[in-house]
Design a protein around this ligand. Structure first.
Ligand code: HEM
Ligand code: HEM
Length: 258
């Protein structure tokens, strides 16, 4: 995707949830504000309650959005032959979009009352949502190549070896163990020519930068492992309880428009 259209696409994706929230608030603010016992007398009760035409519809649409958001991303991530269907990065953006509008719809589906066993599903959804935002932050911190894969550590180390190898040529031992000031001093003592000294120090700076990059990458990767412990299992619990909730509501005769 070209830069400008992609940016436009991202802006649209971020605007839709905001428009959705404003729309849903305008539709039902007078209803949601009422205490539970007074809601029955509100003219919009039969539409906006969780089992009402709009409330129930929001439950179904929100659930479908989340399922689609999860399935599309997981399938694209796990099946390498789907690589030609676009960068993983863009699929993640779509995952975030669908899994943002989904929870918004579910929030309005509950009409802000969080009773019963299904409340567990709701709070799992909140946990997954919040962990998603945190995970997204960690995710962009890990330098990834265009296909969304972690930049290979071996590649970086190969570059470091290349750099230190060049430093060895100047006749200074253990250049990779030396700090920048130590190396500078060794070069000055050796009476190295200015231009040579400058380029060696530039290489050393590059090497240090690479080393720092690797350290950061490692700790981020470590952090990201723990992140999956929240995001995925909570999503599974949410879906399982939601399934029971759907079966129960169908058993109780809720059909929506069908
Ligand atoms: C993750 C998805 C969902 C969550 C977190 C959720 C959550 C809730 C909550 C908190 C309530 C209110 C319970 C109360 O009265 O205190 C509710 C009611 C209801 N939900 Fe869901 N829901 C979800 C998906 C669905 C779906 C997909 C359907 C339909 C296929 C559905 C159908 C209903 C119905 C019919 C009610 C009204 C039940 C009643 O008034 O007794 N929900 N839901
Ligand atoms: C309730 C809504 C959400 C659900 C149910 C959900 C669920 C999932 C699932 C099942 C995965 C796949 C995990 C895997 O492949 O191992 C995933 C991946 C991911 N989600 Fe979500 N998600 C939700 C919302 C969000 C949000 C709002 C964000 C960010 C703002 C987000 C960020 C991510 C990221 C960064 C990954 C990629 C993990 C990776 O590829 O290693 N998610 N999500």
């Amino acid at each position: 995707m070209k830069k400008i259209p992609h940016r436009l696409f991202l802006i649209t994706l971020s605007l839709i949830p905001i428009v959705l929230i404003v729309f849903l608030i305008l539709q039902g603010v007078s209803y949601y504000k009422l205490p539970l016992e007074e809601r029955f007398f509100h003219p919009g009760h039969h539409t906006l309650k969780p089992g009402g035409i709009m409330g129930h519809g929001l439950g179904i649409a929100g659930t479908l959005a989340m399922i689609l958001g999860i399935v599309l991303y997981m399938v694209r991530k796990r099946i390498p032959s789907l690589m030609r269907l676009g960068h993983l990065k863009h699929w993640l953006e779509f995952h975030i979009f669908l899994c943002t509008i989904g929870p918004i719809m579910i929030l309005f589906h509950t009409s802000f009352k969080f009773g019963g066993v299904v409340a567990i599903s709701f709070w799992c959804m909140v946990a997954v949502f919040i962990s998603g935002i945190i995970g997204r932050f960690i995710y962009i911190q890990i330098p990834r190549n265009i296909e969304g894969r972690v930049l290979s550590m071996a590649e970086l180390q190969e570059m470091i070896r290349g750099l230190t190898g060049q430093l060895f040529l100047s006749g200074i031992t253990d250049p990779d163990r030396k700090t920048l000031p130590e190396l500078k001093e060794a070069l000055l003592n050796q009476g190295s020519p200015r231009t040579e000294m400058k380029s060696i120090l530039t290489l050393k700076r590059k090497e240090l930068k690479l080393k720092r990059k690797i350290e950061r990458l490692r700790s981020m990767q470590e952090l990201f492992k723990y992140w999956h412990v929240i995001h995925l299992p909570f999503a599974i619990i949410m879906m399982l309880i939601m399934l029971i909730h759907v079966v129960v509501s169908i058993t109780f005769g809720y059909r929506w428009i069908f």
